[in-house]
Structures are given as structure tokens and as C-alpha cells.
Design a protein around this ligand. Structure first.
Ligand code: C5J
Length: 223
């Protein structure tokens, strides 16, 4: 077991039964011209976590531990996109519309790619998810069960939407979850802070949180 000095108390994980889940670090959310920007957000805020998220992925790669990447995406015919989701808000471009990086949030389009700095390597698991939570309408639960995974370490965007939704889904399924605080970001700094506080409130009601350096130090000390 590796023990991290996390909040609200120490988080212990068995590395061979732990997966890193990197949520939706795709061009659609991080780069100008994608879904995030069409909703009126300042996408530059999200780029700040790219170096730390790359180090986190590197830590798991160097140790041969399981890595999962997710992409929020829909089929080209939008059969898996509820009209309520497509029509929500007042985006300049809706899901499925043609944008500067191809059709917004559609599988296989350039905008749906994970950003080059964090691109998955062969053998890493990539989950295309039509919802905010990565367990909804995907094979993620079956894949993790077959691999005997019991603990999940989370990174990605956005903290209070897809990251928190997936952590809550995982928590209800019995996984012990750690969120890496400086490898997750929101378009709204106050929502990130609130999500982190909610996750670790009431004795880790959803899970634990820690900065990357604290996780890295725990891994180093365990060697
Ligand atoms: C959003 C996500 N914010 N990946 N998606 O719509 O958090």
C-alpha cells in the first residue's frame, strides 16, 4: 500500500489495483473553437493544469500502473445525444454543428482528440462517454472490474461537472477515489474550490484530495 497525506485524512492505495482516470482533456474543452468556448467560457484557464497532468500521467506510466482517458463525445448521427443536452444553454455552436475543429463534440472529429501533450499511448484505455459521468452508457465499470481495480485517482476537466460526476458514480460503486487538486480545473475557480470542498467534506463523503507533489512524494517514499 502507498499512503498519501491527503485531505481529509490519509489515503492508502494498492498500486496494482489502482487506475488513473484522466477526464476529458480533449481539444473541445481546452482549445479555442470547441465546445467549452461555444458555451462562453475562457478556455485558457484549463491549460494551466496541462504540465501537472502530464507529470501525473508520467508517474503512472513509469510505474506501469493502469491509465484510463475519457472523452465526452457523441456519435455522428447524435443518436446518443439527448435533445435536452443539445439545446441547453445558448451556445454559439451546438453539439454536432461544424466548428473550426470539426463537428462539436462528435467522435472522430479533430476537436474530440485528447490534446497532444496528454495523448494516450498504445495500451492505455480510452473511454468515449456520451454523459458527464464516465460510467454512464460506457464499458468503464466492466473494464475496471475485469482488471480488479479498487482505487481510482482522478484528474481532468471540469472539476465540478465531469470529474465530480464520475467520482460520485465511482464512489457509489465502491471505489476509493483521490482527486489530484492541481491536475483538475474548472472554467470557474470558485466552482473548483467548492467541488474539492464537497468531495472531501463529512469524512471523505465522495473521496480524498491531494496536490500532485504529495502523491509523488508518497510514491517515492514507498520505494
Ligand atoms: C462539461 C466536462 N463541462 N468534461 N464537460 O460540459 O466537464
Amino acid at each position: 500500500m502507498i499512503t498519501v497525506a491527503a485531505e481529509p485524512f490519509a489515503y492508502s492505495f494498492p498500486p496494482e489495483k489502482t487506475a488513473l482516470v484522466v477526464i476529458d482533456m480533449q481539444r473541445d474543452f481546452v482549445e479555442p473553437g470547441g465546445f467549452g468556448e461555444t458555451l462562453g467560457n475562457n478556455v485558457a484557464l484549463l491549460s494551466a493544469i496541462v504540465p501537472t497532468t502530464a507529470k501525473l500521467i508520467g508517474l503512472f506510466r513509469d510505474n506501469g500502473w493502469t491509465i484510463v482517458h475519457t472523452r465526452e463525445s457523441h456519435s455522428a448521427d447524435l443518436a446518443d445525444c439527448p435533445p435536452a443536452k443539445r439545446l441547453r444553454g445558448s451556445p454559439t455552436l451546438k453539439i454536432g454543428d461544424e466548428g473550426p475543429m470539426g463537428r462539436i463534440l462528435i467522435r472522430g472529429e479533430p476537436g474530440n482528440d485528447i490534446i497532444p501533450e496528454l495523448a494516450p499511448l498504445a495500451g492505455e484505455i480510452v473511454i468515449d462517454k456520451p454523459g458527464k459521468g464516465a460510467f454512464y452508457a460506457t464499458a468503464l465499470g466492466d473494464i475496471l472490474r475485469l482488471k480488479g481495480i479498487t482505487h481510482l485517482v482522478f484528474a481532468g476537466v471540469t472539476t465540478e461537472v465531469c470529474v465530480q460526476t464520475t467520482m460520485r458514480e465511482a464512489n457509489d460503486r465502491g471505489y476509493d477515489c483521490l482527486l489530484v487538486e492541481d491536475a483538475t480545473e474548472s472554467y470557474f475557480p470558485e466552482f473548483k474550490a467548492a467541488a474539492i470542498a464537497m468531495i472531501r467534506a463529512q469524512g471523505a463523503i465522495v473521496g480524498w484530495t491531494a496536490p500532485f507533489a504529495t502523491l509523488e512524494a508518497a510514491v517515492r517514499e514507498a520505494k
